[in-house]
Write a protein that binds this ligand. Sequence first.
Ligand code: PEP
Length: 258
Amino acid sequence: TSGRTPLLAGNWKMNLDHLQATHLVQKLDWTLKDGKHDFGAVEVAVLPPFTDLRSVQTLVDGDRLELKFGAQDLSVHDAGAYTGEISGAFLAKLGCSYVAVGHSERREYHHEDDSVVNAKVKAAYRHGITPIFCCGEGLEIRQAGTHVEHVLAQVEAGLDGLSVEDARSIVIAYEPIWAIGTGEVATPEDAQEVCAAIRTKLAELYSGDVADGIRVLYGGSVKSSNVAAIMAKEDVDGALVGGASIDPAEFAAICRFR
Ligand code: PEP
């Protein structure tokens, strides 16, 4: 992680009712503060469903919670006749620091291809929101041994046309699809291999200096029992956590990985 502030981000997906969501945010912040979590040294963010964001914003602002928060997706458009869509402008008004872009569930169930994901990355930056750009290979690609090429192609296409200034702040999440929600976590060596390759690609696209500052997260069945070994790897700068992020004690334990 050399010099990069680790980021632990919880992707709640389409879970919890509104009351559970607000309780989770409060409990998580209290639990972390009880453990004297240094929010400056390890950043913690939650990505609730859209319908919880207003309340999360109120809690974070009103109770001075130190958690960051963001959304799980956004529209490629800024405004207009796009029924059911949520714009980056809306998310910015709600105080979102982050937005996940190109999560494998969006790519698979909503047919988001690299060009849509690229447009979403740019839409996020138009509104000053940092994208958490998700990439990762399916099982067949992993078995064929072409996972590194596959992920690097996703990164190159997804970040196409991004300015160096914007690239500096992006967060990349490497999430092998075979490890998402399956309980089958990648080995720390697997995570390191791809995260390091992503950083090398970023150095090629921008510069070594820019690549050194970009946080590359691992995601896929991260739990308190496996997070430390993954975080020990040099090019892994945090985790995007799904299932384990909706249990405050478990997610807090993940955030205290060291
Ligand atoms: C995710 O959806 O980003 C994820 C990593 O899920 P899980 O932790 O449940 O595998």
